[in-house]
Design a protein around this ligand. Structure first.
Ligand SMILES: Cc1cc2nc3c(=O)[nH]c(=O)nc-3n(C[C@H](O)[C@H](O)[C@H](O)COP(=O)(O)OP(=O)(O)OC[C@H]3O[C@@H](n4cnc5c(N)ncnc54)[C@H](O)[C@@H]3O)c2cc1C
Length: 499
C-alpha cells in the first residue's frame, strides 16, 4: 500500500508536531511554512551581539518523569535542552521603590507574602494550598478526556472554583496593593484564575522551566527529529487555497499556483484565515461563525528589545513595573504597567558582561500599526517614540543605563502578523476564560472530509503544549479514520527512520 500523504499548513510548533506524529504513524508528511524560518510565534531574532526572544517564558513538561515531559519525548529529544528554573515567578514593583517578589517555591512564596501582606493571611494560605494541590495534577489533555477527568477527581472542587472566576475577580480578594497588582488588570486579568494557579503550581514543581536558547532551541530539535523521520519542511511556501473536490480536501494551492496533492490537509495556521480565507467560508456553519464572532482572542503586542552592554545578573528575571504616569503605546492604548525580561539567565543571548532585555506592551490597535507601516518614516518615528518612553522607564529604575544601550529593536502588531499570519497579530489564540474552559474547539469542519485543524486556534489559552496536544489528537483521529494504529512512540534516534 502506498503511504498516504498529510500536508500540514504552518510550521509553528503545532504544525511541526503534527508532521512528526504523522511520520511516526506511517504517513508521508510535508509542512508548508510561509516564512523563511520555522516556529511561528515560537521565535527570536538576532540583532548584532544579541538574541531577542519573543515567546518562551516557560515550557510545561520540563521536569523529567512528568507526564508532559514524556509527551514532548514523543516529538523531540527534550533531554538535549538545558532548563533553568526561575526562583521568582515575577517581581511586582512601583516607581516609589516598593517591590514584592512572587517566588516559585510555594513555601517561600507563602512566607514572603505573609510577611509583606499580613492583612491577606487567610487568602495567601488558601492560594498556597491550591498551588500545592494542583501541582500534583496533570494538565487537562483533550486527547485523554476520560483520564484527565479521573485524575482530576481529587481536586474537582478546587478546579471548579478557580475555573469559574477570572484572575481579576480572584485578585479582588486581596487587599495589599502590590499583591492585588500581581493579579493584574486589563485583558490578562480576564483569563481564568485556574490558568494562573496552574502556572504557579507547575513552576513550584520545577515542571515549567525556561529552555536555554529559548523557543527556537525547541523548534530546532523538533525540525531535526522531523528530518530524521523523513518528513519534509518547505519554507517560503504560502498556502493560498485548500483545494476541495466533492466535499473532500484533496490538496493545497500555493501562492504562485503550485498544486500539492494530499490525502489529508491539516491546517496549523491561523483559524480565521484557514476557515474564511483558504476555504472561502464554505464550511463555516452557525456554530463556527458564532465562535469566531464571540470568542475573544489574546491581544497583539509591541516588543521593545534592548541590547545592553551591562551585566544585569543582579536583576530579577521578570519585572512588572507599575507606573506613576501611564505610557501611551498608540492612540488607542495606554498602559499603567510594563513588564521587563532581563535575559541574564540565558548565556546564548548576549556576550559575557552584556544583557538582552525585552519589554512587552499589549495593544489591540492592529489597524493603526499596519496602516502606519505603509509610511516607513512615520512608522519608524513612532517605534522610536515608544522605545524612548520604555528606555526612560528603565533609566529611572537603573540610572545610567541609557549609556549602555547598543541595540534598540521594536516589533509591532504589523510585525507579528507578517511573520505568523495570526489574526490582528494575536499573541496566543483565544483567551482562556471561565466561559471557554480548557475544552478544545472542533478540529474538523462540518461537511468537509479529510481536513482538520491543530494549534492555538483549536485550544483556548494557546501555548506550546497546546500545539503538541492538538497535533497528537489530530493524527490520532486520522489514524482511526484510516484504520491505522496510532504509534506515538518516544523520540526517534537519528537513522531510525519511519518506514
Ligand atoms: C509574547 C509571548 C509569550 C509567550 N509565552 C509562552 C510561554 O512562555 N510558554 C508557552 O508555552 N507559550 C507561550 N506563548 C504562546 C506560544 O508561543 C503560542 O501559543 C504557540 O507558539 C502557537 O503555536 P501554533 O503553531 O499554534 O501557531 P503559530 O506559532 O502562529 O504558527 C502558525 C504558523 O503558520 C504559518 N502560516 C500562517 N499562514 C500560512 C499560510 N497561508 N501558508 C503557510 N504557512 C502559514 C505561520 O507563518 C506560522 O509559522 C507566548 C506567545 C507570545 C507571543
Amino acid at each position: 500500500m502506498p503511504q498516504k500523504k498529510i500536508v500540514v499548513i504552518g510550521g509553528g510548533i503545532a504544525g511541526l508536531c503534527t508532521a512528526v506524529y504523522a511520520r511516526k504513524c506511517g504517513y508521508r508528511a510535508e509542512v508548508l511554512e510561509m516564512s523563511h524560518t520555522p516556529g511561528g510565534l515560537a521565535s527570536s531574532w538576532r540583532r548584532g551581539d544579541y538574541t531577542f526572544e519573543t515567546c518562551l517564558h516557560w515550557l510545561l513538561g520540563s521536569k523529567p518523569g512528568s507526564a508532559f515531559h514524556s509527551r514532548w519525548q514523543e516529538v523531540f529529544d527534550i533531554e538535549k535542552l538545558t532548563f533553568v528554573d526561575q526562583k521568582e515567578y515575577a517581581c511586582m514593583e512601583n516607581e516609589r521603590g516598593d517591590a514584592l517578589h512572587i517566588y516559585t517555591d510555594v513555601d517561600r512564596m507563602e512566607q514572603e507574602l505573609l510577611n509583606r501582606a499580613p492583612e491577606d493571611a487567610a487568602e495567601i494560605r488558601h492560594l498556597a494550598s491550591a498551588v500545592r494541590r494542583l501541582a500534583k495534577l496533570p494538565m487537562p489533555d483533550p486527547d485523554e478526556p476520560l483520564l484527565t477527568a479521573l485524575r482530576s477527581l481529587p481536586a474537582i472542587g478546587l478546579l471548579r472554583a478557580f475555573s469559574r472566576m477570572t484572575i481579576a475577580e480572584y485578585g479582588r480578594r486581596f487587599r495589599n496593593p502590590l499583591l492585588r497588582a500581581f493579579f493584574g488588570e486589563g485583558e490578562g486579568a480576564e483569563l481564568s484564575a485556574l490558568a494562573l494557579v496552574f502556572s504557579l503550581a507547575w513552576m513550584s514543581e520545577h515542571n515549567a522551566g525556561y529552555a536555554i536558547g529559548g523557543s527556537q532551541a525547541i523548534i530546532r530539535l523538533i525540525v531535526e527529529n522531523l528530518h530524521n523521520l523523513g518528513g519534509e519542511l518547505r519554507l517560503g511556501a504560502k498556502v493560498e487555497r485548500i483545494v476541495v473536490a466533492d466535499d473532500t480536501a484533496i490538496g493545497v494551492r500555493l501562492a504562485g499556483g503550485e498544486f500539492i496533492p494530499a490525502d489529508w490537509v491539516i491546517s496549523a495556521a491561523d483559524g480565521r484565515a484557514t476557515i474564511y480565507g483558504m476555504l472561502g467560508g464554505m464550511y463555516a456553519d452557525r456554530a463556527i461563525n458564532n465562535t469566531y464572532a464571540t470568542l475573544k482572542p489574546f491581544s497583539s503586542y509591541l516588543q521593545v528589545s534592548l541590547g545592553l552592554a551591562r551585566d544585569l545578573s543582579s536583576q530579577p528575571a521578570f519585572v512588572t513595573r507599575i507606573l506613576d504616569a501611564p505610557l501611551a503605546v498608540d492612540p488607542g492604548t495606554q498602559v499603567s504597567r510594563v513588564s521587563f525580561r532581563f535575559f541574564h539567565f540565558d548565556p546564548t543571548f548576549a556576550p559575557p558582561g552584556k544583557t538582552a532585555v525585552t519589554c512587552f506592551l499589549p495593544t489591540r490597535q492592529f489597524e493603526y500599526w499596519t496602516a502606519l507601516e505603509r509610511d516607513p518614516e512615520q512608522y519608524h518615528a513612532e517605534k522610536q517614540r515608544v522605545a524612548d518612553a520604555v528606555i526612560d522607564i528603565l533609566e529611572r529604575r537603573l540610572p545610567g543605563l541609557r549609556a549602555a544601550i547598543e541595540v534598540v529593536d521594536v516589533s509591532t502588531p504589523a510585525t507579528v502578523f507578517r511573520y505568523t499570519g495570526n489574526w490582528q497579530g494575536g499573541m496566543e489564540g483565544w483567551l482562556l476564560t471561565p466561559s471557554t474552559g480548557f475544552r478544545p474547539l472542533q478540529r474538523d469542519l462540518p461537511g468537509l472530509h479529510r481536513f482538520m485543524m491543530a494549534g492555538q486556534w483549536v485550544m483556548p489559552g494557546g501555548g506550546l503544549p497546546s500545539g503538541l496536544m492538538t497535533a497528537r489528537a489530530a493524527i490520532r483521529s486520522a489514524c482511526k479514520q484510516d484504520g491505522l494504529p496510532f504509534l506515538p512512540g518516544l523520540v526517534a534516534a537519528p537513522g531510525n527512520r519511519a518506514a
